[in-house]
Design a protein around this ligand. Structure first.
Ligand SMILES: [Zn+2]
Length: 117
């Protein structure tokens, strides 16, 4: 038995996860792994709960998809400007769309444009 260094839970050796040099329980390990997107509650929620389920888009993801469908391919600043969202918010949401294979980015000269998958 060892102890999770984050929440203090007792964990079996085979259920110990290493993250950044710490021994963590599965819950804390998953929490660490989704950390880059914890500012987006929906992304965290979906990372945990969409296993095997049909993907469901958040409102903002639907709007991004719709915009590049009708006006794309577009660059990030154009998308952010039209939807009035921050670049970070766009990147977070776009990562989900890309993960679902609904949209993708591609290089167009020295620019990156976004289009449907
Ligand atoms: Zn823990």
């Amino acid at each position: 038995m060892s102890k999770c260094e984050k929440c203090g839970a007792l964990i079996e050796a085979q259920e110990t996860y290493e993250f950044a040099g710490e021994s963590l329980c599965e819950d804390c390990y998953l929490e660490q792994r989704v950390k880059p997107v914890t500012c987006d509650p929906w992304a965290v929620y979906s990372a945990r709960s969409t296993k095997g389920k049909a993907p469901q888009l958040s409102e903002i993801q639907g709007r991004i998809l719709n915009l590049i469908k009708t006006k794309g391919p577009l660059e990030a600043p154009e998308i952010c400007g039209q939807l009035d969202i921050s670049e970070a918010m766009f990147q977070n949401n776009f990562a989900t769309l890309r993960h679902m294979e609904l949209a993708r980015g591609f290089k167009d000269g020295d620019k990156v444009r976004y289009t449907l998958f």
